[in-house]
Design a protein around this ligand. Structure first.
Ligand code: PGA
Length: 250
């Protein structure tokens, strides 16, 4: 059985003072149990999060990394630097980065490779736009996003990647995919990985897109939904800890 994983993606939110309140509350509310929990603050706050969460059950991740190790890449942050700042995890290929920062499939694949090379666990985001879903090509889009990574990283290493299915139309919109829609795509993702030679029964596939404490229990009841990547609701301790509790109870 795959242990559930809940990841909070803070996006570009927070301040030293606000993070302190949120992290102290999360430390008190998130109980050790049958769920792994990660928070991903913006870069400047990674060390703060690491210090405040030390010794607890919550791990720290970053929201992005460079595809390169070191050198003249102004404004970029490498996987090794993230490890130095206490990160165990990194989100790669979030749709906001694919659309606003022009990260194409090849760049995303190189970043997954860089994360693995640095000893970080990548959380690879995939997902279709509303137009693509309505055009009947959602599976083609997600399949080719996965293919790009498998072809660069190789089937063996992809088995240690976490996949997050995040339909773009559900992110920050309050419009969650139904548990049935999400389960269907998760099953498709697992089948795709199997076809490409990945030991996919052990791969965690998270759902992301307007997950809340209210809709989480139903999503987590589906056999191929192994947890959640949570944006907005991860900024409120009560909501995020309730999602973690729902994962632990499922
Ligand atoms: P949301 O964001 O939960 O606010 O929809 C999810 C994400 O973008 O990872």
């Amino acid at each position: 059985m795959r242990k559930k994983l809940v990841v909070g993606n803070w996006k570009m939110n927070g301040s030293l003072a606000r993070n302190q309140v949120l992290l102290v509350a999360l430390n008190a509310m998130v109980r050790p149990g049958s769920v792994d929990v990660v928070v991903c603050p913006p870069y400047p706050y990674l060390s703060q999060a690491q210090a405040l969460l030390k010794g607890g059950v919550i791990s720290v991740g970053a929201q992005n990394l460079s595809a390169f190790n070191e050198g003249a890449y102004t404004g970029e942050v490498s996987g090794a630097m993230l490890r130095d700042s206490g990160c165990d995890w990194v989100i790669v290929g979030h749709s906001e980065r694919r659309s606003a920062n022009g990260e194409a499939d090849g760049v995303v694949a190189a970043k997954v490779q860089a994360a693995l090379d640095s000893g970080l666990r990548p959380i690879l985001c995939v997902g279709e736009t509303l137009e693509q879903r309505e055009g009947g090509v959602a599976e083609d889009v997600v399949g080719s996003q996965l293919d790009a990574v498998v072809s660069v990283v190789g089937a063996v290493l992809v088995s240690s990647v976490v996949v997050a299915y995040e339909p773009v139309w559900a992110i920050g919109t309050g419009k969650t995919a139904t548990p049935e829609q999400a389960q269907a795509m998760h099953a498709f993702i697992r089948a795709c990985l199997v076809l490409r030679g990945v030991a996919a029964q052990g791969v965690k596939i998270l759902y992301g897109g307007s997950v809340t404490a209210v809709n989480a229990p139903q999503l987590f009841s589906k056999p191929d939904i192994d947890g959640a990547l949570v944006g907005g609701a991860s900024l409120v301790a009560e909501g995020f800890s309730a999602i973690c509790a729902a994962a632990a109870a499922s």
